[in-house]
Ligand binder design. Structure first.
Ligand code: ADP
Ligand code: ZN
Length: 433
């Protein structure tokens, strides 16, 4: 197999890739038209599979929103229920969870994309892969599980949480690769310390981190502490789950698997396409999905794209790190802030430990942003002068990046709430008008 899992597709030149996309777009529109929801939508817009002379013609199709999916997912099925073999749901991070349905072919195609992604980063059949994501309705667990098995790696379905057991499993099976939520990867270091195990002494060499926005600084911390290469993986249940875009060994943006997903990057206000390097909302159209293909789905995730061929030999476009979701943006004192900006500043400071929490408060006429920051044990001493200076340093660093002065509170290592899933970084106590 060599360097690529599916060389025929992965090394297609961009123009060739676009031909494949156009053909698959026509097929997908024909297929989606069989569902009650899209049948009606496409009829109203006067669109048939013959409407597409070029990929730009996709703009005639109305966008699909998360609310459409919440209200109509069952009506988006193109096949009878007897052909559906699996359901998943989104985590419900920003409201009611959305439900997605898969046929047998959908599950196989998805597993193949995940296998392709893992292979790209160097995972092989000799590896021992510990999947530390929640199994169940969340796509991160089973999605990676099937992909890693398809590739042939020995897969440990560890699931989320149960930190001591995770470390023990790594020791017992000599785990070489892990799939883990980045905030949990930092948190788990505490457990390693408690058990007196140094992750560097384990044969770990690869980590897959995604499911929540995080900064390059967080990745660097994980790579250094564990002594491995950590790759960004992006996906959303609405389109399958993980394996929509994945980092290659260059670690310079994530390749969107454009043979399976048609990507548009739109200005979230005007809905006009933006050019390379400009941050916009990622909008995806499934190109191979059978049971429930989505057309022009607004992910609400914000990122930019790079269309230059990558030194790894793949030509599919790469997306930047997700800056946040359109609904994650903090607006305080008229300034827009994404949580990832705070992550970048805090994780770049050596005194700061793994966890922090942002609280937005209304105090009389004033809005306040309180940033509670866990300080590493070594720095959390009773020297008041030192702590005051550290508090000032963190405040200044945040202020110069965010242009808002937060109230920084230093707290002890491991004292902030921590779940097993996606981290909750921002709590808004302001009364909504
Ligand atoms: P929910 O939207 O309820 O969290 P999902 O479990 O389907 O449901 O999660 C998908 C979302 O997780 C994406 O839309 C994105 O916001 C976030 N996400 C997934 N992977 C990444 C990543 N690598 N970087 C940043 N955010 C990510
Ligand atoms: Zn590449």
């Amino acid at each position: 197999m060599g360097k690529y899992w599916d060389a025929g597709i992965e090394t297609l030149k961009f123009e060739e890739l676009q031909k494949v996309q156009l053909e698959r777009l026509r097929q997908t529109v024909a297929r989606a038209g069989r569902s009650p929801f899209y049948g009606e939508r496409l009829r109203q817009a006067g669109i048939t599979s013959d409407s597409f002379q070029s990929l730009e013609d996709i703009r005639q199709i109305p966008l699909t929103s998360k609310d459409d999916l919440r209200a109509h997912s069952r009506d988006m099925l193109t096949v009878p229920l007897r052909d559906i073999i699996r359901v998943h749901a989104s985590s419900g991070t920003t409201g009611q969870a959305t439900v997605v349905y898969y046929t047998r072919t959908d599950i196989e195609l998805w597993a193949d994309l995940v296998a392709r992604s893992l292979y790209m980063t160097g995972l092989r059949a000799d590896d021992v892969f510990q999947n530390m994501m929640g199994y169940g309705l969340f796509t991160g667990g089973l999605g990676f599980h099937y992909g890693a098995e398809r590739l042939g790696a020995m897969t440990i379905p560890a699931g989320a949480g149960n930190s001591k057991r995770q470390v023990q499993l790594m020791q017992q099976f000599a785990t070489t690769a892990i799939h883990i939520i980045p905030s949990y990867a930092l948190f788990l270091l505490t457990t390693f310390a408690e058990l007196n195990v140094d992750p560097q002494d384990l044969p770990l060499r690869l980590a897959y981190i995604g499911a929540e926005p995080y900064s390059a600084e967080t990745r660097q911390r994980i790579e250094e502490a564990y002594g491995l290469k950590a790759y960004n993986c992006y996906g959303l249940s609405e389109l399958n789950g993980p394996g929509v875009a994945f980092e290659c060994p260059e670690q310079n943006g994530s390749h969107v698997w454009e043979d399976s997903f048609l990507l548009e990057v739109l200005d979230p206000e005007t809905l006009e396409p933006v050019g390379p390097g400009v941050v916009g909302e990622l909008v995806f159209t499934n190109l191979t999905r059978q049971g429930m293909p989505l057309l022009r789905y607004r992910s609400r995730d914000l990122a930019s794209y790079d269309d230059q061929p990558c030194p790894c030999g793949r030509h599919s476009r790469r997306i930047s790190r997700i800056q946040g979701r359109t609904d994650d943006m903090i607006i305080i004192k008229g300034v827009n802030i994404f949580p990832i900006q705070i992550d970048r500043v805090l994780m770049g400071l050596p005194e700061v430990d793994a966890n922090y929490l942002v609280e937005l408060k209304q105090e009389g006429a004033n809005e306040t942003m309180v940033v509670k920051v866990e300080v590493k044990q070594d720095y959390f001493r009773e020297d008041l002068k030192f702590l005051k200076a550290l508090q000032k340093k963190i405040t200044e660093a945040l202020k110069s990046d965010l242009l808002v002065t937060p109230r920084v509170e230093l707290v002890e290592h491991n004292s902030l709430p921590r779940g097993e899933g996606k981290a909750v970084r921002v709590v808004d106590y302001r009364v909504k008008g």
